[in-house]
Design a protein around this ligand. Sequence first.
Ligand code: C2E
Ligand code: MG
Ligand code: MG
Length: 557
Amino acid sequence: MKRLDGLIEYSSIIPGGIFIYKADETEELIYANDEVLKIFGCNSIEEFKELTGNSFKGMVHRGDLKSVESSISSQISDNDDELDYVDYRIVKKNGDIAYIEDFGRLIHTKDGDYYVVFISDVTKKHNREISYKKQLTKELSERKRYDLLTGLYNRDEFIRKIKSQINKVNNAYVLFINVDNYSNFTDIFGIKEGNNLLIHIADAMDFIGQEYDEVLCARLYNDIFTMFVNECSLEDIEEIVEEIKTVTKDFTSKFDITLSVGVYKIEDKTISVEKMIDYAETASETIKQKYEKKFALYSEEMNEKNRRDQYIVNNMEKALLNNEFCIYLQPKYNIRTNKIIGAEALVRWIRYGEVISPGEFIPLFEKNGYIAKLDLHVLEETCRYIKNRVDNKMKNIPISVNVSRFFFTMNSFIYDITSIINKYGIPKDLIEFEITESMFTATNTIKDKVNELRKLGYKINMDDFGSAYSGLNILKDVDFDIMKLDLKFFQSNDKKAQIIIKAVLNMAKELKIPVVAEGVENKEHLMILRKFGCDYAQGFFYSKPLPKDKFDELLER
Ligand code: C2E
Ligand code: MG
Ligand code: MG
């Protein structure tokens, strides 16, 4: 026992519990230091002996004993050094559970074999780990239910929650809320500010929803939110929408943030919640950018439009191969001489004799990227038209083609268009490009492309000037050759519009940029333009967009 006596002598100064027990069936304790007693919450060795039955078996929580004993014996038997490490629970004198780490060594003496054991109470560490794990599982399960950015429900949870109560709902509505121009916003202010905007909207929805008994709010994805309101009237919905829109606007005065809201009234509880959201979305799409409308309520006819859209998307590839997309040409006039100075190529889809206007399919093609192919096709049709006139020694005028933002920002844009123009050998002054004002945002890439095109010798028309918010900045930052004044100015009859037309024309004159006024429909429009010194115009007053042969006739007159 000599070796053990030495240990016992010093065990009072070792930071941790030390005890010794017989390595036999009895596991009888022969020593425990004060630290062990403390760990077990005992005030004396007598108390400790009574609590444990004076054996190692009695120290270990009954639930852990079997595994601890077998773990020790297996570690000892395959370990030359005869060390073991185990952890287990103990029951303290006051009944509390503590967590113990135990390092043991088997000692052989002439009086027999003993285990010398060092233990430490790791309850605190254990609890920390447990609470961390709990936190982790909690977060994981929340991640499954909530949208991490805004704290609203996510799509799955929103759908699940409505499904679970669908039989009980009465006078309930599903709202689809979409931020207009969100990508413009992030282009200008950055993703982080975009996220702040989304959080702001989510908070507004959450807060406003609290006034009603049964409301669920969720973010579906990106800048798209949804809301479910039970037991309410359409007037309530109107109020909710108005409040959300107002609070949303408060986010910043530097950008006009508007929402498109579609509403579906749950009439038929047998349709899926997903479909209800789709219906609300369909409704929201009917009022995109129509600021004066608060929201749109879903109706069957809207679904008709959806079917029509689907039809267009399903048939576009075939239509291109079948040459169903053709160009109509609308002349541009010098309003002093009444001479045609150019034309704009406008695409039409002619399907079984029906003329489908670009307003119907271009927004769809912009969404699915098909617009790039179409724009290139229109350019090719235009080149073919000009080439034919050149070959037949007929008079030629410059023709402008519209390019979408999608196509314009593609890396291959310049290569694609020059390939076509060169293929037909069209002189550079007979082709112009129209890009719309709303294409411009804070990104410099568009500006650079404009400069590149101009360097190549092509004229750039700024289309729809005055239709978006960024007009004046563009004027400052981007060089273009021709400004096309948005036809909206003629559609409103008030004095203000006239003042703006006048100011824009003056400004353009000073900048030495020629202006083509669009949408000139009558003599009054023309008078205004003459009065304010505009030189060029395009519109129904002169001519509607015409098919090629009709346009030929017009040019021959
Ligand atoms: P835009 O480039 O501003 O073209 C002018 C639009 O105004 C044309 O509509 C034209 O028909 C219409 N318009 C002309 N004069 C008058 C008028 O006096 N009164 C009224 N109310 N409207 C007039 P359209 O042909 O329906 O085209 C609509 C828009 O679709 C175009 O606006 C253009 O942005 C786009 N678009 C047309 N063809 C193409 C194309 O090939 N590619 C791309 N990316 N966009 C195109
Ligand atoms: Mg145009
Ligand atoms: Mg225009």
